[in-house]
Design a protein around this ligand. Structure first.
Ligand SMILES: N[C@@H](CCC(=O)N[C@@H](CS)C(=O)NCC(=O)O)C(=O)O
Length: 311
């Protein structure tokens, strides 16, 4: 007998049973596959072999990361950024580093930006063969304080000096037309104009003097810190991330021929002499070929040649 209400309900139940049966089957199949292992599930490769570093040759922030990698004896693959033509402002790179700056570390398919975050990550992820952090909480605070001071103060003065004493040589090396054409590749045109203005205007002696005076103040503080810690490193016996953060600042000042800023500060002179002999510094320092023009590398003697740089 016809059942006008019951029939559609039975049909619906039947359909639901088929759907749930299919679901069960697919879940079973999925579990089976995982169990027997014919499908490789995507996994992060967090081995040391998978480290990639996006970097410029001549950058204090990138040098820090190279020093930490060398200290940890980690293999890594270079992703060289042609900063002069603003490859760090191109969409692909902005996806992994939205600030358009270097460095960026890629590990296990994950991107990490900010040099201080990167070197702390490396220290946490690879505790062997050495820790780059003291064990005492007060010493850790001291280390982080110098890391923050480097970012918030020293690095900012270094940018002023670098733009006034070396970046302007880009004008001589590439010419205004080429620089302007490259600057159009920067999506943030306010930043592009600021860059062009800084590179093309004459050196600003007032800014240079203020930056040097400020650096000198921090150098005096650091000299006292080394005296207090008893050395040989910033936090005392242990070589830490603070030493790694500060060394590239000194390297840049030296490249600008401004060592006089710290010359009469004995603890700093000893510390910098010591760190320059450390293998991680020797490995991490910029090779001459990648260095930007400056008082020690004239454009005339070292004209630009794209082939000098990694592809
Ligand atoms: N706080 C950032 C600063 C990064 C930074 O400013 N890097 C410089 C090189 S040392 C850079 O990419 N400059 C290029 C630009 O600003 O366009 C870090 O420590 O990673």
């Amino acid at each position: 007998m016809d059942d006008p209400v019951g029939t559609p309900i039975r049909e619906l139940r039947g359909k639901l049973n088929v759907i749930s049966a299919l679901r069960c089957l697919s879940e079973y199949t999925f579990l089976k596959i995982v169990e027997t292992g014919p499908v490789v599930m995507p996994q992060e490769d967090r081995s040391a072999d998978s480290i990639e570093l996006y970097q410029f040759g001549d950058s204090p922030c990138c040098m820090k990361v190279r020093m930490a990698l060398a200290e940890k004896k980690l293999p890594w693959r270079e992703r060289f950024i042609r900063s002069w033509q603003f490859d760090h402002h191109q969409p692909d790179y902005l996806e992994i580093n939205p600030h358009g700056t270097a460095p960026t570390l890629v590990h296990g398919g994950q991107h990490i930006t900010q040099s201080n975050v990167i070197i702390e990550y490396l220290d946490e992820a690879f505790p062997d063969p050495v820790r780059l952090k003291p064990s005492d909480p007060m010493q850790i605070a001291r280390m982080r304080q110098w890391m923050a001071d480097e970012q918030d103060h020293l690095f900012k003065h270094i940018i002023v000096l670098s733009f006034n004493l070396m970046m302007k040589l880009r004008l001589e090396a590439f010419g205004l037309e080429q620089l302007t054409a490259w600057s159009k590749r920067i999506p943030d045109q306010v930043r592009a104009q600021d860059y062009l203005q800084r590179v093309t205007s004459p050196p600003n002696d007032t800014s240079i003097n203020i930056a040097q005076e400020n650096l000198r103040k921090h150098m005096k503080r650091l000299d006292q810190e080394l005296e207090k810690s008893g050395g040989p490193w910033v936090c005392g016996e242990t070589f830490t991330l603070a030493d790694i953060c500060l060394a590239p600042i000194f390297d840049r000042i030296e490249w600008l021929d401004l060592e006089r800023i710290w010359e009469d500060l004995p603890k700093i002179t000893e510390w910098y002499g010591r760190i320059q002999l450390r293998p991680c510094f020797i490995e991490g320092v910029h090779p001459f070929a990648y260095r930007m023009w400056g008082p020690r590398k004239s454009v005339e003697a070292h004209p630009f040649n794209d082939a000098d740089y990694p592809t």
